[in-house]
Design a protein around this ligand. Structure first.
Ligand code: HEM
Length: 427
């Protein structure tokens, strides 16, 4: 006997699209859905039945599924020339993933690029040190992560990081807005110009890239179509650009509201770094409190607020039968705020990560299973390094009256950025 999955009533032809728009996007809709209907809930998108699972024990039963639903990620299709890489089938995905993991997941290459990462981060910090005004953290930090990923994967600078970073942001915001009926404030013409800029930039940086750079070398060894090669570079640059910097910005937002936690983090940095402004690669690995702060910030504000799979055959999860063809939503934000596993879930408390015994999938900022994030280990290095350098060098003060409102542009951004003033810490 299986139970009926609870959920809101959807009306044809758009199902619950209007409810998603009213909630402000899928990032906030998932929180309302699970608060109201419990850890397993269903809803409808146009032509698609969705089941959202916020219970980490039940999620374990889905960890082998290697299929993503086309409809939910349709908004990314315009970015690709040779098929949507988010949703390619398993046969194409398996070698693609292997290539990405070999280019992105190798610790030795993280270490080899660490000096360049530190230099680029220090350049941003130097600019901030001589700037007397409000800083838009997400704008500046996503530019920095664009520089880092281009340096790491392609071995070149992205040209105007500001322009390219804004172009990526506009393309995705417009597409997500169009799919979920949200007002992105970006006209289709502006989005088309941004897409053209992104494509040209990727082609140019691939052509200018160093032949010995990790991803470029691996791509050159394949017999893939040139369009698939460009799409892969674009995917990596996009995934790398719009996540790590945003993760740092949310951590700084939380730290600015919790001076005692910021103080503990600075004590750790001062103890390990002394007078130096940046950790070495080995030191970074030893900064335990920093790691906990980063994890807790990604729990509170997961940069990727949801992931999804398509159920290949009928699946029983607990008391529920999920029919083949159903879109399974991984509501990462709701999972990270599930009070059963995260008591007082809104509270920012890095020490949660000192206790063990939580189910494996209670914390999944990088997703899980055969479609999980190939950039996870690299992202952790980048995020910890940037946060360490910035917290060592600056005090951050939120701009009075500036409200930080999470919005979804595939990634969890803040509506009008996260604005702060920074002041160098006394030596
Ligand atoms: C804070 C940093 C990051 C977060 C939170 C993040 C999160 C995610 C999530 C949630 C997914 C979907 C996983 C799933 O469906 O189970 C994903 C996929 C992906 N991420 Fe990341 N990511 C981050 C950084 C990066 C970086 C730096 C790169 C590349 C250098 C990257 C490359 C990718 C790629 C290529 C995919 C598609 C995976 C596939 O379809 O096989 N990510 N990421």
């Amino acid at each position: 006997m299986t139970s009926e999955i609870p959920g809101p009533v959807g009306t044809p032809p758009n199902g619950n699209l209007a409810d998603i728009a009213a909630a402000g996007g899928l990032h906030t809709f998932q929180l309302e859905l699970h608060a109201k209907f419990g850890p397993v809930a269903r809803f409808e998108l146009p032509g698609t039945r969705v089941v959202s699972v916020a219970d980490p024990e039940l999620l374990a039963g889905t960890s082998r599924i290697n299929r993503r639903p086309h409809e939910l990620f349709e908004f990314l299709s315009p970015l690709f020339e040779a098929g949507n890489l988010q949703t390619i089938g398993e046969a194409e995905h398996v070698p693609w993933r292997r290539l990405l993991l070999s280019a992105l997941g190798n610790h030795r290459s993280h270490e080899a690029h660490f000096g360049q990462f530190t230099r680029l981060t220090a350049e941003l910090a130097d600019r901030w040190a001589s700037y007397d005004g409000e800083i838009a953290l997400q704008e500046d930090l996503s530019e920095l992560s664009l520089q880092l990923i281009c340096e790491f994967a392609i071995g070149t600078e992205p040209g105007s990081a500001r322009q390219t970073s804004a172009a990526f942001r506009d393309v995705i915001a417009e597409q997500v807005g169009r799919q979920f009926g949200l007002d992105s404030g970006i006209s289709p013409e502006r989005a088309a110009a941004a897409l053209a800029h992104v494509r040209e930039t990727i082609t140019r940086i691939l052509n200018a890239g160093r032949p010995d750079a990790g991803l470029v070398t691996k791509l050159a060894e394949t017999d893939w179509d040139p369009a698939r090669i460009r799409d892969t570079a674009l995917s990596v640059v996009m995934a790398g650009y719009h996540t790590s910097g945003v993760a740092v910005s949310w951590a700084l937002h939380l730290l600015a509201q919790h001076p005692e936690i910021a103080g503990r983090l600075r004590d750790e940095l001062d103890r390990v770094l002394g007078d130096r402004q940046a950790p070495t690669y080995d030191e970074l690995r030893s900064l335990d409190y920093l790691e906990r702060v980063v994890k807790e910030a990604m729990r509170r504000y997961p940069p990727g607020p949801y992931a999804a799979r398509e159920v290949p055959e009928d699946l029983v999860l607990g008391d529920y039968l999920i029919p083949a063809g159903t879109t399974l939503l991984y509501p990462i934000w709701a999972i990270h705020l599930n009070p059963e596993y995260w008591p007082d879930p809104e509270k920012f408390d890095p020490d949660r990560f000192t206790t063990e015994g939580r189910p494996k999938f209670a914390f999944i900022p990088f997703g899980f299973g055969p479609r999980s994030c190939e950039g996870a280990a690299l992202a952790m290095v980048e995020i910890k390094l940037i946060l360490a350098v910035l917290m060592k060098r600056f005090d951050f003060t939120p701009v009075p009256g500036h409200e930080v409102v999470p919005v979804e542009r595939f990634v969890l951004w803040a509506k009008d950025d996260i604005r702060m003033t920074v002041s160098p810490r006394p030596a």
